[in-house]
Design a protein around this ligand. Structure first.
Ligand code: SAM
Length: 255
């Protein structure tokens, strides 16, 4: 069977790594565990051994048939993980298809869970966990840090996959939690984050002015607000998520 590049099919060949991933999600107790993209089952096998209930979602029908054959008792949904109904789960352990890294991460966060052990491309993982002042600090870092604690546990060299992908991977542990700072309007906060990181090297006042329609009622209002805002000449690379939230709250309350 040929691996599909479109479906991000790079299969993990190192079973020890798969076992370590499952250990990171333990104790599993009575948890329902979700696996996105089980592929040939390198993670599915230890997950089935060590969990009471596993739900797996695989988009590729050929792999669906293979998995049914290999694991007759597996609760398998053959479909697109971005579209199918996902039943409640507490843990998610997956080597994700890289094409859907961002939308699937936000879908999982929206659904809610206790702990995720997720493999991403290394560069994406770095953007996901970075803090202000770090090279990979991004919109993704801010939005995820609002909703979860995330850390890279281990990087995985590309030669542990077949076919060998172009880049290395990394295992990320994600633990959702309540937001650590207050946001008046999530919509405004996300629009501000978006505007600021679209032009990460510009002064923040200039970035905001370019997107005044998303953030203010009128351009004049934006200009006069920015004149007095002490953050206008700063750059977003050094602003913590909490500071960005305070700026959004200030614009909304005109404080
Ligand atoms: N878990 C396996 C492993 O570690 O070897 C396979 C990982 S491979 C990186 C990604 C898997 O996700 C493939 O099996 C692919 O067919 C599947 N996949 C791709 N897009 C998907 C989607 N939208 N929904 C569900 N599965 C998907």
């Amino acid at each position: 069977m040929r691996a599909s590049r479109r479906l991000g099919q790079n299969f993990l060949t190192d079973e020890e790594i798969a076992h370590r991933q499952v250990s990171l999600a333990e104790p599993l107790g009575d948890d329902v565990v979700l696996e996105i993209g089980p592929g040939l089952g390198v993670l599915t096998a230890p997950l089935l051994e060590r969990s009471r209930e596993l739900v797996a979602i695989e988009k590729d029908r050929r792999l669906g048939a293979f998995l049914k054959d290999r694991f007759p008792d597996l609760d398998l949904i053959v479909g697109d993980a971005l579209k199918v109904d996902i039943p409640p789960f507490q843990k998610v352990v997956s080597n994700l298809p890289f094409e859907i890294s961002s939308p699937i991460t936000f879908r999982l966060l929206d659904l809610g869970f206790q702990k995720g052990v997720l493999m991403y491309q290394k560069e994406f993982a770095e953007r996901l966990v970075s803090r202000e002042g770090q090279k990979a600090y991004s919109k993704l870092s801010v939005v995820v840090s609002y909703r979860a604690d995330a850390r890279i546990v281990e990087t995985v060299p590309k030669d542990r996959f077949f076919p060998v992908p172009k880049v290395d991977s990394a295992i990320v542990e994600i633990v959702p939690r309540d937001p650590p700072f207050r946001v008046e309007s999530e919509d405004h906060f996300l629009k501000l984050v978006d505007a600021l990181f679209k032009h990460r090297r510009k002064k923040m006042g200039n970035s905001v002015l370019l997107h005044w329609q998303d953030l203010f009622e009128t351009e004049d209002e934006a200009r006069s607000y920015l004149r007095d805002a002490e953050w206008s000449d700063e750059r977003v690379e050094r602003m913590s998520p909490a500071q960005i939230a305070r700026i959004s709250n200030g614009i909304i309350t005109k404080g």
